[in-house]
Design a protein around this ligand. Structure first.
Ligand SMILES: *[C@@H]1O[C@H](CO)[C@@H](O)[C@H](O)[C@H]1NC(C)=O
Ligand SMILES: *[C@@H]1O[C@H](CO)[C@@H](O)[C@H](O)[C@H]1NC(C)=O
Ligand SMILES: *[C@@H]1O[C@H](CO)[C@@H](O)[C@H](O)[C@H]1NC(C)=O
Length: 449
């Protein structure tokens, strides 16, 4: 009707259609809500029934009974009674010491602007009382709590954006297996499980972000993704602020959706022309908590901060994962790493949050100097302290108004123009304990081209 057309036209921004249609050209034209690019740093949380065996990885069930890997058969034989099923782990997922406000406080201290939480991994167990996941959800079994709802409430008290991870596929769901047997020509699983759950999650928890996964076996037409996304963007309660990733069907990743994840732990070689996010895990071997993690498996403080810097310099967001225990505890080594990022961001956040890629991302012939920018200010973040306390930056073009400071220190730094290109900056002659951060120091350049 004319009224609908007029209302639609009044709401549309420049370049945005008044209604999105369920196809990729239309959906891909939606501008990404600004909060996501400004946020830069988020925490990912993988928690579910896989946190009970807590061995190998969150793919425990698949490795054990999908692939039948001998190590997993032996693990079960040696540690559990005969006939013990994966479902028997459910009641042991107690979440006994899960205090969502403590998690939220930790994530805030880490400097995270958003948190992405597993509402349901490929095992199918829902961390909220899903009406279509009978006896395989956190209200009926295990915690007897609405984990998704409780964490969301705690995060929002601290103004942290809330993202929901959701796996489209479920390894062993009978209806999914039936559709698979039919070469995905039928959609029993999608119409009775996936779609009802996605709509329920959006309506019940009003997420700021949907982190879709488990898409890879079937085309987006099977998943009905474009219909869901057009509803999400046009009519859902979060239509203006919600952000989604790119895992909505086979071959969508890195091509369609909102921002791009491409693969897990993706690192582009140069500045991508589309907003992206690098997701990685503090435990290099797993996303879910595993008891067999060693200290050498954990990313070091300097590795985490270097990855964050490089990711932001290349226009990405950095999503860093922790896996809590079945009781709802976050291991002290993960807490320590998160707090280290937070401490670094307290000094260096000016160069990270709401920054933009500069015209140069990585200094020429250097792997350890990365740039970001904000309006006319340029930030050079250097990962190694240079010899003789002199930092040589080739790319900035100095002017009569050039000023150089270091984030966390008050005094201006002395500098001199290089006869060929760039400038030499005299770094402060301080013992390392007196420097504002332990590594990844930032010089702030005003009045450079
Ligand atoms: C796909 O979405 C459309 C629009 O909401 C709906 O009419 C259709 O039934 C959905 N198909 C499945 C399999 O869920
Ligand atoms: C889709 O992805 C598969 C593997 O993931 C690849 O072999 C195939 O060529 C891709 N198809 C298109 C049309 O890109
Ligand atoms: C920097 O890299 C360029 C291109 O690879 C090379 O020609 C040049 O010699 C390098 N300069 C230095 C100082 O290493």
């Amino acid at each position: 009707s004319l009224l609908v057309l007029l209302v639609g036209a009044a709401q549309s921004g420049p370049g945005a259609p008044s209604r999105y249609t369920p196809d990729w050209p239309s959906l891909d034209s939606r501008p990404l809500p600004a909060w996501f690019d400004e946020a830069k740093f988020g925490v990912f949380v993988h928690w579910g029934v896989f946190s009970v065996p807590a061995w190998g990885s969150e793919w425990f069930w698949w490795h054990w009974q999908g692939e039948g890997l001998p190590a997993y058969q032996l693990f079960m034989r040696d540690n559990y009674p005969p006939g013990f099923s994966y479902g028997d782990f459910g009641p042991q997922f107690t979440a006994r010491f899960f205090h969502p406000h403590e998690w939220a406080q930790l994530f805030q201290a880490a400097g995270a602007k958003y948190v992405v939480f597993t509402t349901k991994h490929h095992e199918g167990f829902t961390n909220w009382p899903s009406p279509v996941s009978w006896n395989w959800n956190s209200k009926d079994v295990g915690p007897h709590r609405d984990l998704v709802g409780e964490l969301g409430a705690a995060l929002r008290k601290r103004n942290i954006r809330y993202g929901l991870y959701h796996s489209l596929l479920e390894w062993f769901h009978p209806l999914y297996l039936l559709d698979k047997k039919n070469n995905f020509k039928t959609q029993h699983f999608v119409s009775s499980k996936t779609m009802p759950e996605l709509y329920d999650l959006v309506n019940s928890y009003k997420p700021d972000l949907i982190w879709s996964d488990g898409e890879w076996e079937c085309p987006y037409t099977y998943w009905n993704s474009t219909y869901f996304l057009s509803w999400l963007y046009n009519d859902s309660p979060v239509k203006d602020e919600v952000v989604v990733n790119d895992r909505w069907g086979k071959n969508c990743s890195c091509h369609h959706g909102g921002y791009y994840n491409c693969q897990d732990k993706f690192v582009p070689g140069s500045l991508p022309d589309h907003k992206w996010e690098m997701c990685t895990s503090l435990d290099k071997g797993s996303w879910g908590y595993r008891r067999d993690m060693n200290v050498a498996d954990v990313l070091s403080e300097s590795e985490v901060i270097s990855e964050l810097v490089q990711t932001v310099s290349l226009g990405g967001n950095y999503l860093l994962n922790v896996g809590p225990t079945k009781d709802g505890l976050i291991a002290p080594i993960f807490q320590e790493r998160l707090l280290a990022v937070g401490k670094w961001l307290q000094v260096s956040g000016e160069a990270i949050y709401a920054s933009r890629p500069w015209r140069v991302q990585r200094e020429k012939n250097e792997t350890s100097v990365w740039y970001t920018s904000k309006d006319s200010t340029v930030y050079a973040i250097f990962l190694q302290w240079p010899e003789h306390e002199v930092l040589y930056l080739k790319s900035p073009i100095t002017t009569s108004t050039t000023r150089v400071t270091m984030l966390g220190l008050k005094e201006d730094l002395k500098w001199s123009k290089d006869p060929n290109e760039g400038l030499h900056i005299s770094l402060p002659q301080l013992p390392s304990s007196a420097l504002p951060v332990k590594f990844a120091w930032t010089v702030k350049l005003a009045g450079v081209g």
